[in-house]
Design a protein around this ligand. Structure first.
Ligand code: IMP
Ligand code: MG
Length: 176
């Protein structure tokens, strides 16, 4: 099936389930960073919905940064070669950075991001991913905060796309 023919099917996680989980993650992050301030680094495009909800569930002083990345390869298979399409607006040296990703699939994109961001002298870097497809791991990356584990299916909605479509679906669905 080509991504252009993709159609969203079964609901994996409803908008309500996602909302609950995001609030839990927000509370956990708020506890862990108590007394500090955060740079919430949203990786575009896939994490824009998640980052918007997560940021509002975190009760800490924070600023938001966006990093646009595009991974070469077709729509459903990451190549691990990542191109930065939009860079941070300000340096992050000395700051606590929380990378917000939509999904860790092979782990190749996140490995690149952790290296990239780590090389800019932040005080700390942690990773928060909405989804993890453990069955597809090529490079294991430490996920500090995880929304949900998913089986080896292609997921759309809540920011995630198939050929740039379906990012606006309020729930997470399996593509059929
Ligand atoms: P990785 O480098 O293989 O871990 O892939 C990371 C990127 O591939 C994610 O940030 C997504 O943009 C995309 N991706 C992987 N699996 C899915 C999926 O099931 N739905 C939508 N995008 C996905
Ligand atoms: Mg992505």
């Amino acid at each position: 099936m080509s991504p252009a023919d993709a159609a969203p099917g079964k609901v994996l996680f409803s908008a309500e389930q996602i909302g609950e989980r995001v609030k839990e993650l927000g509370r956990e992050i708020t506890r862990d960073y108590r007394g500090r301030s955060l740079v919430l680094l949203s990786v575009l495009k896939g994490s824009f919905v998640f980052a918007a909800d997560l940021g509002r569930a975190i009760d800490l002083p924070l600023r938001v940064e966006f990093l646009g990345v595009q991974s070469y390869g077709d729509a459903t298979q990451s190549s691990g070669v990542v191109r930065i399409t939009l860079d941070l607006s300000r340096p992050i040296a000395g700051e606590d950075v929380l990378i917000v990703e939509d999904i860790v699939d092979t782990g190749l994109t996140c490995r690149y991001l952790l290296e990239q961001i780590g090389s800019r002298s932040p005080r700390s870097v942690k990773l928060c991913a909405l989804l993890h497809k453990a069955a597809r791991t090529i490079v294991p990356v430490p996920i500090d905060y995880l929304g949900f584990s998913v089986p080896d299916v292609f997921v759309v909605g809540y920011g995630l796309d198939a050929a740039q479509k379906f990012r606006n679906l309020p729930d997470l669905r399996v593509v059929e």
